[in-house]
Design a protein around this ligand. Structure first.
Ligand code: AMP
Ligand code: MG
Length: 345
């Protein structure tokens, strides 16, 4: 089915399908490209980490139900949609393939164009759309990714990133070691907050951890090992949670600050699930204020992986008639942020 065989409804909604990892989500953007609420389900393994194929099975089982719920939530019908977009990459291959299959099926059945989009770029565009910033440095902190990104020469360039695991992955693994189920980040935040409220004079030096900055890059696996060792030596869990947050968030904010300086940009945007964290939001605000920049933080529902951000980016591709032919719709597990030309700049 080529572009010319399709009737594009210019005032239609865009459907967005997200399935890069643990979350399967379908969302929607209105004809102005503004995201509405998504409907999401996530695998929460009781033991161990996420197994890509088990997560994919979960997504495949839930797909139809999630779509029905979304249409009901917004009182929409297939004829209301102009196009369907999906996360083409980066992500876990088996999970991505479920989202792509659902999107191809909808495209064929509803006779609307297919739009394969870059998941990392979607985190930026949903932030730009909902926060009203224009040309930000993005601090993208999620389960699998930690990147500092800024637009230069028509692409979003990665100025710094984790050299090993994503910051969220580090939080989840530390939590798992302590018997806290996935996702560990919110529980670590709560334990850290409670501990610091009860121990206002605590010193970070007493719970010292490696500093995660390496040039413009970051690294978290050493922090994870050191934090587990502190617990083994008898440090209170709350204190270690607090120390992990203080050390690793400061590292991310430091690299983000240097990215602002290098690029002469004045907007810092947070994205990714770890951007739900109030302490990180506070640090971002403090650093931005100190250098006359502005910190932008999307609503939490647009920080975590969600289908509506995929729809927001899909709408930008549609406006530029950058439609994905079926033959080009294979998933791109290792897609890089800077591989996607920013046509809408
Ligand atoms: P994502 O990969 O973007 O969907 O985000 C999921 C990651 O965000 C997981 O690693 C969670 O532990 C983490 N996360 C969610 N909420 C918080 C929070 N309040 N503080 C820190 N990490 C969080
Ligand atoms: Mg993400």
């Amino acid at each position: 089915m080529g572009v010319n065989d399709l009737s594009i409804n210019p005032s239609g909604y865009i459907l967005g399908i997200e399935s890069t990892a643990h979350t399967f989500s379908i969302g929607v953007a209105d004809s102005n490209g503004y995201p509405l609420d998504s409907v999401s389900v996530a695998v929460r393994p009781l033991k161990g980490g996420i197994h890509p194929r088990e997560a994919a099975d979960h997504h495949a089982q839930k797909g139809a139900e999630v779509l029905q719920k979304l249409l009901k939530l917004h009182d929409l019908n297939p004829s209301d949609f102009a196009a369907v977009s999906f996360s083409q990459g980066p992500g876990l291959g088996p999970c991505l393939r479920i989202g792509a299959s659902v999107a191809r099926t909808i495209s064929q059945k509803w006779r609307i164009p297919l739009l394969g989009v870059n998941h990392c770029v979607a985190h930026i565009e949903v932030g730009r759309k909902t926060c009203g910033c224009d040309d930000p440095v993005l601090l993208y902190v999620s389960g699998g990714n930690t990147q500092i990104i800024a637009k230069m020469d028509g692409r979003y360039r990665v100025l710094g990133e984790t050299l090993d695991i994503g910051i969220g992955n580090m939080l989840d693994k530390f939590a798992r070691e302590q018997g806290i189920p996935f996702p560990g980040g919110p529980k670590i935040e709560a334990l850290a907050k409670e501990w610091v409220e009860n121990n206002p004079t605590a010193k970070l030096e007493d719970y010292s951890l490696p500093y995660a900055v390496q040039g413009m890059d970051l690294a978290f696996s050493g922090v994870l090992n050191a934090a587990c060792n502190l617990i083994k030596k008898g440090a209170p869990l709350g204190a270690v949670c607090w120390s992990i947050q203080e050390h690793t968030f400061a590292a991310c904010i430091e690299v983000a600050e240097r990215a602002l300086a290098h690029t002469s940009k004045s907007e810092l945007l947070l994205g990714g699930g770890v951007a739900c964290n109030s302490r990180l939001r506070e640090m971002s605000e403090i650093m931005s204020n100190e250098r006359n920049a502005t910190s932008f933080v999307p609503e939490r529902k647009f920080c975590v992986d969600n289908g509506s951000m995929i729809a927001v980016l899909g709408q930008l591709h549609l406006l530029h008639e950058d439609i994905t032919e079926l033959s080009e719709s294979s998933v791109l597990q290792y897609l890089r942020t800077d591989q996607t030309p920013i046509l809408w700049a």
